[in-house]
Design a protein around this ligand. Structure first.
Ligand code: NAP
Length: 512
C-alpha cells in the first residue's frame, strides 16, 4: 500500500510513528497510509523563510502569475488521474471530482491572469493620494506591500483540490511561500497535485504536510499567515494557540455555515425563477453528498407553497441514485469518513426531535452490501423555522435540508438569515425588486455572499454553492469571520497594508 510522503525542506519524506489508513469511503478498503509524525517543522519553516521568501521575491507579479498558469496546466494534464483519486479517496462522483479539481485550476488561472495584469509593480495602491497637510504637497497614500512571512494553509476534507489551489494561488502571487496541510482522510488529491506543482515552482515556495499538524504551528512568527478551513471547534483551538497569540499571526478562518435559501412570495414554482430555486437546492443537497461549506441547509418557502415545494423535492430526489461512485449511473456517493457518517446521523436525529419528515426518513439506506459510509438524501420540515433550534444552531454536513414556512415578508426572510448567526452564502429567489431590496438590506449583515436568483440570470447561473474566484468567500460569525478570494481582494489577505505619509509627488512616484 502507498505510504504518502510529505514534501518538506525540499525533499519527500514519509515521517515516522504510528500509521493512519486512508480508505475508500464506498468500500471501506484502505488505499494508502500516512505516518503520524516524524517531521522537522522548524527546518521546514526555516527553509520557507531562507529559501522560499527570496526566491519568490526575485520574481515580479507577472512571473509569479506565470507559475500559477503552469500549475493550472499541470492539473489539466493529469485531470483523469486526479478525478480517479477523488472518486476512490473522497467518495466523489465523477461530477463531484470535476467540481473540486477543475475548480482548483480555475482559481490558479484567475490569479495567473491577475499576475499578468499587475506586471512588474511592487506596491499596490489602496485608494488615491489624500491631502493630509495644510496644502496638497503633504499627502497620504495607503499601499499594499509584500509581507516577509510564511503562509500556512490548513484545509478541510471535502475539497482537497480546490482548497489547496484557492489558498495557494493568492499566496504565491503575493510572494509568500506556502506550507499546505490537507485533511488527512482525503489527502490523496492534494498530495498528487503537490507532486505536480513542486517540479514547477522555485525551491521553498511550496511545502506539503500529510498527516496531523502536531507541533507545526509552534513555529509561526510575526509576519506569517494562517488560513484555516474546517470545523469551528478546531478554529477555536487555533485562536487560542499561544504562538499565534504571542506573535499576532493573522488567522483567517472559514468554518461552519448554516446557509439558507428563500423563495420569494412572487415566484411560481413552474416559472424560470422557481425552477432555478429547485435546481439549486437539489444540487446543493446532493453534490459532494452535501459536504459543501456553501450547501443550502435551510429553505424558507411561503406557507401557501410548502406542500407544492415538498412534492417537488420528493420527485427530484427520487431520481437520485446513491451508491459506489465508481459505478456508472450513480448520482450521489457516500460521505467521506466513518466519523462524518456518525456526525450526519446524529444531526438528523437532532433535527427529527423538532421537525417532520418530508423525504428520506433518517437517511438509512441499504446499498453496496452494507459496506461504505452511505446516507440517503433527507428533507425535513418545520412550521416555525426561526425558533427551531436544531435547524439554526447546528450544521449537518451531509445531504440534509429542512423546509420552513413563512409569511412571505422580506423582513422575516432577513431575520431567518440572521438566525444562522453568520453564513458563507445565502440565496433569495424573486423577481420583485422591492422585495429583494428589503431582503438584502436586512440580510447583508449576516452573509459573506448573497445570491439573488431571478428569471433574467437563471440560464447562466452556477448556483449559490459555487465559489467564484472573483467574489469573496467567507462569512461573519459562525462562518469564521474570514475572507478569501474576491480577485485582488484575495491577494490583499497575503500583503501588508501600509499608510505612507510624505511629499505627494514622492508618493505618486513610488506607485509608478
Ligand atoms: P476539521 O476537523 O476542523 O479539520 C480541518 C483541518 O484542520 C484538517 O486539515 C485537520 O487535520 C486540521 N486540524 C485538526 N486539528 C488541528 C489542530 N489542532 N491544529 C491544526 N490543524 C488541525 O474539519 P473537517 O472535518 O475537515 O471539515 C468539516 C468542517 O469544515 C465542516 O464543519 C465545514 O463546515 C467546514 N468547512 C468549511 C468551509 C468553508 O469554506 N467555510 C469549507 C469546507 C468545510 P486532520 O485531518 O489531520 O485532522
Amino acid at each position: 500500500m502507498q505510504l504518502l510522503a510529505s514534501y518538506l525542506s525540499g525533499a519527500w519524506a514519509p515521517g515516522s510513528g504510528s500509521r493512519v489508513a486512508l480508505v475508500n469511503p464506498a468500500t471501506e478498503a484502505p488505499i494508502a497510509e500516512v505516518n503520524n509524525g516524524g517531521h522537522d517543522f522548524a527546518a521546514a519553516f526555516a527553509y520557507a523563510r531562507e529559501t522560499g521568501i527570496p526566491a519568490l521575491g526575485a520574481l515580479s507579479y507577472a512571473e509569479r502569475g506565470a507559475l500559477l498558469a503552469a500549475c493550472a496546466k499541470a492539473i489539466h494534464g493529469a485531470r483523469e488521474e486526479l478525478i480517479a483519486l477523488a472518486v476512490a479517496n473522497g467518495g466523489n462522483t465523477r461530477g463531484d471530482a470535476k467540481f473540486d479539481i477543475d475548480g482548483g485550476s480555475v482559481n490558479l488561472s484567475h490569479y495567473a491572469e491577475l499576475g499578468a495584469k499587475l506586471g512588474t509593480v511592487t506596491l499596490l495602491p489602496d485608494g488615491d493620494v489624500i491631502q493630509v497637510g495644510r496644502t496638497a504637497r503633504m499627502g497620504g497614500q495607503h499601499v499594499w506591500a509584500r509581507r516577509r512571512g510564511v503562509a500556512v494553509h490548513i484545509n478541510a476534507f471535502n475539497f482537497p483540490g480546490w482548497g489547496l489551489c484557492e489558498k495557494l494561488a493568492p499566496a504565491l502571487l503575493a510572494g509568500m511561500p506556502v506550507i499546505t496541510k490537507p485533511a488527512t482522510a482525503t489527502a490523496l488529491v492534494a498530495h498528487r497535485m503537490v507532486e505536480l506543482f513542486a517540479k514547477l515552482l522555485p525551491p521553498g515556495a511550496l511545502q506539503l504536510l500529510v498527516g496531523p499538524a502536531g507541533t507545526l504551528l509552534d513555529n509561526v512568527r510575526p509576519g506569517d499567515i494562517i488560513a484555516f478551513t474546517g470545523g469551528s471547534a478546531t478554529a477555536r483551538t487555533l485562536r487560542s494557540h499561544p504562538k499565534i497569540a504571542e506573535h499576532s499571526v493573522r488567522l483567517n478562518v472559514e468554518a461552519d455555515s448554516l446557509n439558507a435559501s428563500v423563495l420569494g412570495p412572487d415566484v411560481e414554482l413552474s416559472s424560470e425563477t422557481g425552477g432555478l430555486f429547485l435546481a439549486d437546492a437539489v444540487r446543493d443537497m446532493t453534490q459532494k453528498t452535501g459536504q459543501k461549506c456553501t450547501a443550502i441547509r435551510r429553505v424558507l418557502v411561503p406557507a401557501a407553497r410548502l406542500d407544492e415545494v415538498a412534492d417537488a423535492f420528493k420527485e427530484r430526489l427520487g431520481g437520485i441514485v446513491v451508491g459506489d461512485p465508481a459505478n456508472e449511473g450513480v448520482r450521489m456517493g457516500p460521505v467521506a469518513t466513518a466519523q462524518q457518517l456518525k456526525d450526519v446521523r446524529e444531526g438528523i436525529a437532532r433535527l427529527a426531535g423538532e421537525t417532520a419528515s418530508v423525504y428520506g426518513g433518517t437517511g438509512e439506506i441499504d446499498v453496496n452490501g452494507g459496506k461504505g459510509y452511505f446516507v440517503g438524501p433527507v428533507v425535513r420540515s418545520t412550521a416555525d423555522p426561526i425558533n427551531c433550534k436544531a435547524l439554526n444552531d447546528h450544521e449537518v454536513f451531509g445531504p440534509v435540508l429542512t423546509l420552513g414556512s413563512y409569511d412571505g415578508t422580506s423582513d422575516y426572510a432577513a431575520r431567518f438569515i440572521a438566525r444562522g448567526e453568520g453564513c458563507l452564502v445565502s440565496s433569495a429567489y424573486s423577481d420583485d425588486r422591492e422585495w429583494v431590496a428589503g431582503f438584502v438590506g436586512g440580510a447583508g449583515a449576516w452573509a459573506g455572499r448573497l445570491y439573488l436568483g431571478s428569471a433574467k440570470m437563471a440560464s447562466m447561473s452556477p448556483g449559490p454553492g459555487t465559489v467564484l474566484p472573483a467574489l469573496i468567500h467567507g462569512g461573519p460569525g459562525r462562518a469564521g469571520g474570514g475572507e478569501e478570494l474576491g480577485g485582488e481582494r484575495g491577494l490583499q489577505g497575503y500583503l501588508q497594508r501600509v499608510a505612507l505619509e510624505g511629499d505627494a509627488s514622492v508618493l505618486k512616484a513610488l506607485l509608478g
